[in-house]
Design a protein around this ligand. Sequence first.
Ligand SMILES: Cc1cc2nc3c(=O)[nH]c(=O)nc-3n(C[C@H](O)[C@H](O)[C@H](O)COP(=O)(O)OP(=O)(O)OC[C@H]3O[C@@H](n4cnc5c(N)ncnc54)[C@H](O)[C@@H]3O)c2cc1C
Length: 332
Amino acid sequence: MNNSSISVVGAGIFGLWQAYMLVRAGHRVRLIEESSTPFAQASSRWAGAMIAPECEAEGAPIIVRDLGREALRIWREGYPGTVDNGTLVVAHGRDAGDLARFASMTEGHVAVDASRIRELEPALAGRFERGLYFAGESHLDARKALGWLLDEFRTLGGEVLLGTKWDERTDGVIIDCRGIGAQADLASLRGVRGERVLIQTRDISFSRPVRLLHPRQPIYVVPQGGGRFVVGASVVEREDDGPMTLKSALDLLGSAYALHPSFGEASVLEMGAGVRPAFPDNVPRIVVESGGRVIRVNGAYRHGFLLAPVMAREVQRYLSDGRREGLLFSRP
Ligand SMILES: Cc1cc2nc3c(=O)[nH]c(=O)nc-3n(C[C@H](O)[C@H](O)[C@H](O)COP(=O)(O)OP(=O)(O)OC[C@H]3O[C@@H](n4cnc5c(N)ncnc54)[C@H](O)[C@@H]3O)c2cc1C
């Protein structure tokens, strides 16, 4: 048991994985969260929660894929709600070029034809001639995963302070996981708005996330159980988590309808937006300040769920041996 006191600030996906991993390793940990209701202010509540290192390589630096592969293993070992059914990527015939491009930018996929698409997702029978199947990817229900991490943290003896704004005078080591809330202390951090819709229908079911490629509005549809699907997500260079715009709703829902007309009868349960914290290269960082007393973990961008366990592991290693190896440690 390590008795040094550690405060983790921010109960989003970065803070929760950090707090959970450290308390599991025997540290005395306090989790400080500004909102009184868990996750109410966290951008993490809006995530599609695809753990998709291969697909994300299409638009992300290669370090995200490589660390994401490691993180996926930690999710699978640690979180019982991880669903390991892979990802299916499809495109309409006129967008075949997008599919070819996606294939050339990624690894870990096999090309699938109409009959294999039908086997994987019977609901899509006859709708797509070609696709890509990434068998080694996972997904989860974001809010269930956040709740599970918080419950486990408490069960293992972690202290949770909700409705508490972080005070700089806090004693001991501070791990700052405030997301966009840390902007004043991380000069190059920006916010990137992401909108998503939660719909529900019993008329159609998927076993895995389905990504529909499109030159203007690509979407993903992530099954969440109970006939619920997350349809996401916009990427807007704006720091605004206000209600979804009409245009984004039209784009996302129009693409869902193009994926399958049965979505036309779905109930819209919730629409909303979160602000993804990002550094200029869209790669997260660990920034060590004040002689190691303050450790800032931020810049999750589109990969907070994907990368959270690996960020937490790197910080844990730093706390145990003081080594700052790898590209994640820097001063942005
Ligand atoms: C629509 C959408 C879809 C996404 N889909 C995916 C996906 O499929 N896969 C994936 O990997 N990622 C996805 N992401 C990205 C992911 O959600 C973010 O990268 C991640 O949520 C960022 O987590 P965080 O813990 O850094 O910040 P947050 O979740 O924002 O948490 C920060 C917390 O700090 C608290 N806080 C702030 N200031 C203070 C203070 N002074 N004192 C105490 N507490 C404070 C806040 O209240 C908040 O709870 C998506 C994001 C969006 C918006």
